[in-house]
Design a protein around this ligand. Sequence first.
Ligand code: TXA
Ligand code: MG
Length: 316
Amino acid sequence: MLQQSINQAVEVLRRGGLLGLPTETVYGLAADAKNPEALRKIFLAKQRPMDHPLIVHIAEISQLSEWTSHVSPMAIKLARAFWPGPMTLILPKAKGVLDLITGKQETIGIRIPSHPVAQALLNAFGSGVAAPSANRFGHISPTTAEAVREELGDAVDMVLEGGQCEIGVESTIIDLSREEPVILRPGMISTADIESILHCSLSSKQNNTPRVSGSLEVHYAPTTPTELMKREDFQALEEIDLVSVLVVRKPVVMHNALIKVVLMPDDPKQYAHDIYQTLRELDKKGFKRIFIETIPESIEWAAVRDRMSRAAGLSH
Ligand code: TXA
Ligand code: MG
């Protein structure tokens, strides 16, 4: 059954079609990374600006040389430690990698996902697959096959079923093409995890200076106006005259009947697992506002903090 779907999915890619691909982070909108027509379809389907680079997904480390011109010792260390898994490396691109992939930069984003369905697909396809998250530009990333269909409808030729994504937020992006490694997007592999492998410290100043234009905009946003709120300010919601939802990490009692309280796990991994699915569901319920309890400042919450700040329209 799975093999049959994998064969069908490989056919979709070979014909230049678009595939909904489960990964351990979020679902991707996948296309043959060497087929310009197929890559153009990704940008059209997502309504994504053409200069936003795409991540190429491969099955194993031996394929790296096909896509990159130089793999530094640091890259090898990180690859061995975290692949297959939720990490994307930015490396110098190989000759011949299409501008549609790189956004005309000299670098390429590349990763080896661990999801068994993604692994099976990539092994069967045998080449690189470009896959941004399978949401329309600026929307919440999908973490179920159903959410992919909801986001993209007929624009996607087939969606591989892979259940709910285990991690739930996009991969950690580490730029290794500069003098020092820089985290461009926090994910569940934390700064501390990376530092412990590289035996160096990543300065927090660098972490705040991503060079990707896309990463500076409002992203991952629900359509319902969303705000972050400190616990000590919850009291103000008792007076508010709007049908709203308050997303908390620890139980709270609200007397205002217009406020629905949603309790999220007080653990960064479990919170990340639920974050997009919860926002997606709340977004459909007609609330006038979504209030989110502010996220702790510690390192292990960095990915959740980043996504919630963006959902609230703040950058970091
Ligand atoms: O977890 C993930 O990374 C998911 C799954 C499907 O693998 N993919 C994903 O792709 O989140 P996307 O396109 O939604 O986000 C990729 C980010 C974008 O912000 C893009 O600008 C950045 O990676 N990126 C890709 N290639 C890059 C490059 N060469 N230099 C700098 N940033 C790059
Ligand atoms: Mg995305």
